[in-house]
Design a binder for this molecule. Sequence first.
Ligand SMILES: [Zn+2]
Length: 245
Amino acid sequence: MKIPILMYHQLEADVSKGAPLRGLVVRPATFARHMALMRLLGYRGLSMGDLMPYLRGEKRGRVFGITFDDGYENNLRNALPVLQRNRFTATCYAVSGALGKTNAWDAALGIAQVSLMDAGQLQQWRAGGQEVGSHSQNHLRLTALSSAVMTVEIVESRETLSAVLDDPSGVRHFCYPYGDFDPAVVAVVRGAGYLTATTTVRGRFDPDKPCDLMLIPRVLVSRSTTWLHLLLKCFTRYEDKRGRV
Ligand SMILES: [Zn+2]
């Protein structure tokens, strides 16, 4: 059974019309409907850490992954209560050098600046039963960097976030900024001690096929993803082999 791993970004009701990448801002009510529907169908939403035995093929069951990119404060406000109500867990990938700041990497594209969780809020996210993953130190295109700088982006991010969370087992899950990676980047992520890395390659994870846990595909969920659309993406071949976002 293939495992869909959902990729969300922001959860907010109001976004100005015509704003660039507005589609990545999902209404909280839509998110709540998505989660309720999956639960109704008998599926359990899991963080990347909780999903590990299923990805490795050690366990089977009705599960799906829930991920949030960038670490927006609106995830804490609008996703956490819904996740808790459904007894689901999710992974939020934070940019360790931007805690308490905004999505400055989007500014050049004219995308609205929104608050990112600070250290205390990330701790709240974790105390609420959720997982923190790494989305690098500064949200740069990793393949465009020198090997030394790229390594710092990947390794220091894990150290910074692990220290913020006071977590001796450390942050173990990575997400490539912009979905940008190459074999050199993948090798550094693996060597840094991460157990999984998610991409923006569209598709569902197939535990029955050999698949590198450093190259995990995901299912993009956007503002226009209706419940029917979500079902197609999760339970049919709709999303598989559709390429990168
Ligand atoms: Zn990102």
